[in-house]
Design a protein around this ligand. Structure first.
Ligand code: MLT
Length: 411
């Protein structure tokens, strides 16, 4: 009989968001008329920018003509898209990133998991706590951890707590680690990192020959001009960091699927025989073997993000969600809640009222306000007592949700 990857048996029951969906479905089945408002998973609600839609329509027409039809594209993505990204997202901010170091993919969630294919089994891995659960679960699946304990922590991972006490900025690991996941603006806390904060991590990585896996999926929400959008704005980062970016949250591509990963050609790691190996080559080999690229039509849509009209429309979308975040922050604060984030990020990290556990507050909010959020403990043990509210929804829904919550909860 075939055997399984036993590492999957170590995983906690369900991935966080399907577990939330399961609970919401059970509630809706029992209360079919409940006017549910979802501020849980960070899924966008507003339509795709017009520039992107038009580019996709034109690209569909290209596919209808023998002369312009496209079959398999380059596994790394079309050069015309990668060049625009290199110029506008990186070089324009002073980052020395070349188009050849950019790999187009169908999502940062996939890439942050898939990247483990090119790393060895004996790496010491650090994650913040709370953290985007994909980083942890994919390491469990890959066999990079032991069993989970009663706190929900996996043996073998190094957890770096982030909380109000340390201003949601993790301390450097007390022990030597090889891979470090960082996410700024942060999911789930909405915290940001200054250049000095990131320099500290880059210095650590260089001193310890570690690699930083930097998730910048929410960089478009940075409005504070002093904050870095890319880890490559930090000196030395090209020698120690891989960066993940996405079109999901800025241009509304959660259902359309397009993202990118930057693997600088200067990035090296050790083979078992002690020799230095170029990570770009490995990732290129991995992608060429296991991935056939994002569709031509979608890449044309992503390219339109970099047009003048596209840039303005994306900015409008980002500003719209940031205004939602402001409304959430202000109304909850006025009702006495303690809130964090939501200024340069689409997530608001809320202390649960009256010492409720994260899941108890989730259930109360669902049952009494018909509002769905995300329990902080779902992101890690240190998220207990917190709750994440997403600003991705219509203005009317955000306002209605705040009206219901502030009517029921005065803290
Ligand atoms: C979230 O809610 O944390 C995000 O939507 C997850 C994701 O982007 O995969």
């Amino acid at each position: 009989m075939a055997t399984i990857n036993d590492n999957y048996l170590k995983l906690k029951a369900g991935y966080l968001f399907p577990e939330i969906a399961r609970r919401v479905k059970a509630f809706v089945d029992a209360n079919p008329d409940a006017p549910i408002i979802k501020l849980g998973i960070g899924d966008v609600t507003e339509p795709l920018p017009k520039a992107c839609r038009q580019a996709m329509v034109d690209a569909v027409e290209d596919m209808g003509n023998r002369e312009t039809f496209k079959g398999y594209g380059p596994e790394q993505g079309y050069l015309w898209l990668r060049e625009k990204i290199a110029q506008q997202d990186f070089q324009a901010r002073g980052c020395d990133i070349d188009a050849s170091e950019i790999f187009i993919s169908d999502g940062s969630k996939c890439d942050t998991g898939n990247i483990l294919d090119i790393f060895g089994k004996n790496n010491k891995i650090a994650v913040t706590d709370p953290v985007y659960p994909v980083y942890v679960d994919t390491n469990v699946m890959a066999g990079n951890t032991g069993e989970v304990n009663e706190k929900g922590e996996y043996e073998g991972l190094v957890y770096l707590p982030i909380s109000a006490e340390n201003d949601f900025s993790a301390q450097l690991p007390g022990e030597k680690v090889d891979l470090i996941y960082l996410c700024f603006p942060n999911n789930p806390t909405g915290a940001t990192a200054t250049k000095e904060d990131l320099q500290k991590w880059v210095n650590y990585a260089q001193e310890n020959n570690a690699i930083i896996l930097f998730d910048a999926a929410y960089e478009a929400f940075i409005t504070d001009e002093s904050l870095p959008h890319s880890i490559y704005e930090i000196e030395g980062a090209k020698n120690c960091a891989i960066e993940f970016r996405s079109f999901s949250k800025n241009a509304g591509f959660t259902g359309t699927r397009c993202a990118l990963t930057v693997v600088p050609k200067t990035l090296m790691a050790k083979a078992a025989d002690g020799s230095d190996v170029d990570l770009w080559k490995l990732w290129n080999r991995r992608q060429s073997t296991k991935f056939n690229g994002v569709s031509y039509v979608i890449q044309r849509g992503a390219e339109a993000v970099y047009s003048e009209a596209g840039q303005a429309q994306v900015q409008d979308l980002v500003s719209f969600y940031l205004e939602n975040a402001k409304i959430i922050r202000e109304q909850l604060t006025a009702a006495g809640f303690t809130v964090y984030g939501g200024k340069n990020a689409p997530y608001i990290w809320v202390q649960t009222p009256h010492n409720l556990s994260s899941w108890d507050f989730f259930d109360k909010l669902l049952h009494t306000c018909n509002v769905v959020g995300t329990p902080g403990s779902g992101f890690g043990a240190a998220g207990e007592g917190y709750f994440r509210i997403s600003a991705f929804n219509s203005r009317a829904n955000v306002e209605e949700a705040m009206k219901r919550i502030t009517a029921k909860f005065q803290v």
